[in-house]
Ligand binder design. Structure first.
Ligand SMILES: Cc1cc2nc3c(=O)[nH]c(=O)nc-3n(C[C@H](O)[C@H](O)[C@H](O)COP(=O)(O)OP(=O)(O)OC[C@H]3O[C@@H](n4cnc5c(N)ncnc54)[C@H](O)[C@@H]3O)c2cc1C
Length: 463
């Protein structure tokens, strides 16, 4: 079957969608607004350093591993350096070691960090029933199930570091679905050693950019993909969609949006203001990272692989990137990453870098932080915040998008924030597009595949 599918956005979700669509025999075009593919995934290498702008790993779920195998990447997987206590939490000025268990098992494992009263309360967790409201906030959920101390010592700072948002507003069902599911199957909720162990994070020696590179290599010559092609509008003409960029237009029978909710809202505004209004209701948060290089001998001792900060800091967490992964810095040097979320993540490069240094100096205190030798600030756009009511909002958005024939979304970050979620959503969007195209056989002679995606503006996937 040959039909034309346009994928808007060349990040993890868009490239996964292009991969699965091409594999299914569709003629695909990928339109990426920025000068490079990969979206939030971007690795920089040079002088022996490997710097990650966004994700430094992905959860090795069966779905992602299968795609990694197909891309010939599994022989090259890298696990974090062994460390008995990889994660620490700052609480009332003290750095506490978190038990080395998957995040979903943490609430059951933090007894040693609690006071005797907090531990006793935690022991009662097994007798706590299900909530009356299936879309409960994270704070009431944790306080009800695990007690107040579990909230203030563990869940509050941890969820703030993961989502950057006000953790009290988060929906436990949408933001921490593993915990929510455990409560639904109450037997599993009481078994901290549930054998369904969540996937461990893995990466690649050259960084996460290897994922993007492998996908582009696979797609080269098979899929028409172009960068610098920001889609500004789409319109329906007959049985096809016209897709407009500032550099030309493209016709497609089906369209997959693999951008963000806000970007999709902007594109749909002229033709579908109701969908735009729903998409714009999703709250978002800006995210940024600053990676700093230091001479190892000058650095104070840094605990584990990461420290999750409490609300008194403007950064969310510190990641000792070259302690977590081998091969990230040349011998005698270390890379430290400072993660930011919220308004602060919109600061310009100079201010953000200064703030990253200041936050590290404050954390180090008397131990003194040296001046960095180099710095790499990255502003990474926004991520959606899964507040209470998120599930209902997403259902309404899906319902609205369903009314547009041949238009699909690859998650838009609304159904999970990890690479595994992007891959799964890319695959699902393609399945829906295939069903649609099977029911609506092509009425247009397809353009020969040597034609660039946009007249006068073609790039090969490797560009
Ligand atoms: C700091 C940080 C750390 C992370 N850590 C991890 C981690 O450890 N593990 C993990 O699994 N995940 C992690 N993630 C999440 C992971 O990065 C994302 O799930 C994934 O990269 C999202 O891919 P995406 O394609 O959905 O979106 P994006 O990467 O945002 O891609 C969307 C693409 O659409 C393009 N676009 C937007 N508008 C238009 C338009 N109008 N026309 C054409 N193109 C357009 C954008 O330029 C972009 O390239 C992290 C994210 C961040 C920010």
């Amino acid at each position: 079957m040959l039909a034309r599918l346009a994928v808007i956005g060349g990040g993890a979700a868009g490239l996964a969608a292009a991969y699965y669509a091409e594999r299914a025999g569709l003629e695909v075009s990928v339109l990426e607004a920025s000068p490079r593919f990969g979206g939030k995934i971007f690795s920089l290498s040079g002088d022996g350093f490997v710097v990650e702008a966004g994700p430094d790993s992905f959860p090795a779920t069966p779905g992602v591993l299968e795609l990694a195998r197909e891309l010939n990447l599994t022989h090259n997987l890298l696990s974090p350096c062994p460390n008995p206590n990889p994660s620490y939490l700052l609480y009332k000025g003290k750095t506490l070691a978190l038990p080395d268990v998957p995040p979903v098992q943490l609430p059951w494992s933090i007894g040693p960090l609690l006071s005797p009263a907090g531990r006793l309360r935690l022991a009662f967790e097994r007798f706590v029933g299900q909530a009356a409201d299936p879309d409960e906030g994270l704070e009431p959920f944790i306080r009800r199930r695990f007690g107040d101390e579990a909230w203030s010592i563990l869940a509050r700072p941890l969820s703030h570091a993961v989502y950057g948002a006000n953790p009290a507003d988060l929906s436990v069902r949408s933001a921490f679905s593993g915990l929510w599911e455990r409560e639904q199957k109450s037997a599993a909720a009481q078994d901290p050693n549930d054998p369904k162990t969540p996937a461990r994070p893995v990466s690649f020696p050259g960084g996460m950019g290897a994922w993007v590179k492998a996908l582009l290599l696979h797609l080269e010559g098979k899929v028409l993909a172009g960068t610098g092609l920001e889609v500004v509008a789409i319109s329906r003409e007959g049985e096809a969609w016209q897709i407009f960029t500032l550099r030309g237009k493209l016709e497609a029978e089906a369209v997959i949006f693999a951008t963000s909710a806000q970007r999709t809202a902007r594109i749909l505004r002229p033709i579908y203001p109701q969908a735009t209004a729903l998409l714009n209701q999703v709250p978002t948060l800006s995210v940024a990272t600053v990676t700093l290089a230091f001479r190892e001998e000058e650095l104070p001792t840094l605990p584990g692989h990461e420290v999750i900060l409490d609300g008194s800091y403007r950064a969310e967490s510190f990641l000792w990137a070259s302690k977590r992964w081998t091969g990230r810095a040349p011998e005698g040097f270390q890379l430290v990453r400072v993660n930011f979320a919220g308004e602060v993540a919109r600061l310009g490069d100079i201010d953000l870098t200064r703030l990253a240094q200041a936050e590290l100096e404050r954390y180090a205190g008397d131990r003194k932080m040296p001046k960095p030798l180099a710095s790499w600030p990255f502003r990474l756009g926004t991520v959606p915040v899964y507040q209470v009511g998120h599930g209902r909002r997403v259902a309404a958005i899906e319902d609205a998008i369903d009314r547009m024939p041949g238009v699909f979304t690859a998650g838009l970050g609304l159904k999970g924030l990890s690479l595994a979620d992007s891959v799964r959503e890319g695959w699902q969007a393609v399945q829906r597009a295939l069903n649609y195209l099977a029911l609506h056989p092509s009425q247009h002679p397809s353009t020969p595949s040597s034609t660039p995606p946009i007249a006068e503006a073609g790039h090969s996937p490797s560009s």
